[in-house]
Design a binder for this molecule. Structure first.
Ligand SMILES: [Zn+2]
Length: 369
């Protein structure tokens, strides 16, 4: 199904279904200007997605000879069908960090590295084995590394008469990038800002501060004039600044909850702590979560524990094992603390943490891919 969202430039949305996935569908955007086309994100590498994507592109009579593909980030629900488009001669543009991360993952075991991290933080081996079979991000990603032009923050992409600026917004993934059409005040927000669900913020191997990165990236978008936000999943409504405030509050609610859980059970593993905090899962108890849900909840819990630990709010007998020794230019601890201090005193975060009460807990909905 194709829907026109905007005129001059013409912007369409192709609904790409994501079967058996709480995200429900991916929004593939198609921008057309002066005979050129930009496709933003593809859907999973599975037949249902391929059918919907190419039916939509057919309906829009997309000429692949004058088309570019932009991937907002490396996740399979956004990049899965890339090889189908490169096979038709479509050039791909993607943030350099996510591109390198994805290529490494496809070439050799990024998943195994994460499994080791999770195991060392208490995730049971038998649940790791089970989630391997049900994790759509593993099953439906691209099969091979593909060629791409790597973009960085502030790079410009031209499509016909339209210029789009790449805005690096790390957090959901290390290289997540939004696209911004400044003169139209249009933002393609990928999974950085979603309206009906909350993006999953997890730990990443060799990435020291994913939650701090995410909170900073939210503030970065807050500085832009945006009248139309087109997110990677579900619908868009309301003011983007209100949504940024709600997402910020969501993470502070979670930080507070995790801090409380650790205060009451200081000897718990991260896995046990994840089981003690609230998740939106249609009333299901932690023990009834699928191994897949537990995997994403674990990643999110670890990202928050890492934030609390970096801030000195909690301490541990051993550091979190995120393979940090391989980072050539890892920020020093002092730098990190300065970043946090700046965040807490110069932005709304301080305001939120001051006025926080249990009634403020917003719904804990987690984005699972
Ligand atoms: Zn997604």
């Amino acid at each position: 199904m194709v829907e026109q969202l905007y005129h001059n430039p013409d912007i369409y949305r192709i609904y790409v279904p994501l079967p058996d996935n709480p995200l429900k569908y991916l929004n593939c955007y198609v921008l057309v200007s002066d005979g050129e086309t930009l496709i933003i994100d593809t859907g999973f590498n599975r037949p249902e997605c391929k059918q919907a994507l190419f039916d939509g592109l057919d309906e829009l009579q997309v000429d692949f000879a004058h088309t570019k593909l932009f991937l907002t980030h490396l996740h399979g629900d956004h990049s899965g069908l890339t090889e189908e488009l490169t096979a038709r001669g479509v050039p791909v543009f993607m943030n350099a960090i996510d591109y390198d991360y994805l290529c490494q993952e496809l070439a050799s075991g990024g998943w195994q590295a994460m499994e080791q991290i999770f195991l060392s933080e208490g995730f049971p081996m038998e649940e790791i084995e089970k989630q391997k079979k049900g994790n759509q991000a593993r099953l439906y990603s691209p099969h091979h590394p593909f060629p791409a032009s790597k973009v960085s923050d502030n790079d410009l992409l031209t499509v016909g008469g339209i210029t789009l600026r790449c805005i690096h917004t790390p957090g959901h993934t290390p290289g997540h990038t939004c696209l911004y059409i400044e003169d139209k005040e249009i933002l393609f927000s990928g999974d950085h800002i979603l309206f009906d669900i909350t993006p999953n913020i997890s730990v990443w191997r060799n990435i020291p501060y994913s939650l701090a990165d995410y909170l900073e990236s939210l503030q970065k978008i807050k500085g832009l004039k945006v009248s139309h936000t087109f997110p990677g999943h579900r619908e868009f409504h309301g003011d983007i600044h209100d949504r940024i405030n709600a997402l910020t509050l969501h993470h502070h609610a979670r930080l507070k909850e995790i801090l409380d859980a650790i205060d009451h059970h200081p000897d718990c593993t991260a896995y046990e702590t994840a089981g003690r905090i609230s998740w939106s899962s249609r009333g299901r108890a932690w023990n009834d979560f699928s191994p897949n849900q537990k995997w994403f909840a674990m990643g999110e819990t670890l990202a928050h524990i890492k934030w609390l630990s970096d801030k000195g709010a909690i301490s541990s007998t051993r550091p979190l094992s995120l393979n940090m020794s391989n980072i050539p230019n890892a920020p020093s601890k002092e730098t990190a603390e300065n970043r946090y201090r700046a965040l807490c005193h110069s932005s709304d975060l301080f305001f939120y943490s001051r006025r926080f009460s249990d009634d403020d807990f917003c719904e804990h909905v987690t984005h699972y891919a």
